[in-house]
Design a protein around this ligand. Sequence first.
Ligand code: TUI
Length: 316
Amino acid sequence: MIQSPICEIFGIKYPIFQGGMAWISDARLASAVSLGGGAGLISAMNAGADYVRGEIRKCRESVGSLIFGVNIMLMSPFADDIAQLVVDEKVPLVTTGAGLPSKYMPAWTAAGIKTAPVVPSVAVAKKAAKLGASAIIAEGGESGGHVGDLTTMALVPQVADAVDIPVLAAGGVADGRGVAAAFMLGARGVQCGTRFLTATECNVHRNYKDKILAAKDIDTIVTGKSLGHPVRSLKNAFSRRFFEMEYDNTLSKEAIEAFGAGSLRKAAVEGDVTDGSVMAGQIAALVKDEAPAAEIISRIFSEAENILRGASEWIK
Ligand code: TUI
């Protein structure tokens, strides 16, 4: 077994969080990850409190006393409502993305909620630690969805040096090698999103899963950089067109934003993987099979343990 403060703080067997993926990370996936020994996260995305409350209750019903959480996308118009909902529902864990949860932290801490903000830089990590976070998720630009500039390789050791709480590495981790590397960089756990897209319990559309299973190393693209919100997704007609539109100076920012609106739902729920946004990380090409979440987790950690145990062989 890997010994990690992340396991102790969050009461989990394996130091792994499942990424909160909009339109994808629901109660079914989150509970499968928690039952598999990690921490499952429900994505609150842009949804209102009624939807999220329903998912929280379903998840709790299936995981019992095991930890699970809600990922709050702070740009959501309902962020205030969800921030209160997690207190009311006594959700044990909250992760945040796309901003700093400064205004919510006092209430979450008072309610005994464990928190792990996702950060793209050292400066944001320091602020999150100062707010009293339980751990930091340092997310490199290899990730799918909304991404920062730095790679996981460069970001994780710098964040680990900058804060005195444990760090989870995210972005580009999908197997035991990624976990072992993350530990070597100073992380004490990982967050995986893309790897769980092909979990048996993941409700994302069949076409989305097939697109992940067929992905090659160079199949992702970052769009939205010129608009100030870069997003990594698989190359397809939608992302290529979005990219062209961004650099067409006859088009307004609003026209481009309008073109992108609803695109993730189109792919994840409707299965339109041509004209929808198939958000995924650079590690998608390493995802070659479908398996129950519990098996994905146990396989990743048995591989990581073997690698870490064998590492001393490199020293003469
Ligand atoms: O949030 C994510 N990834 C996401 S959110 C998302 S929803 C979406 N849907 C459609 C279009 C665009 C987005 C899809 N993927 N990852 C966590 C993350 N957080 N990445 C970067 C950050 C971040 C950025 C700035 C965290 C904090 C931050 O703070 C800046 C500040 O000073 O407040």
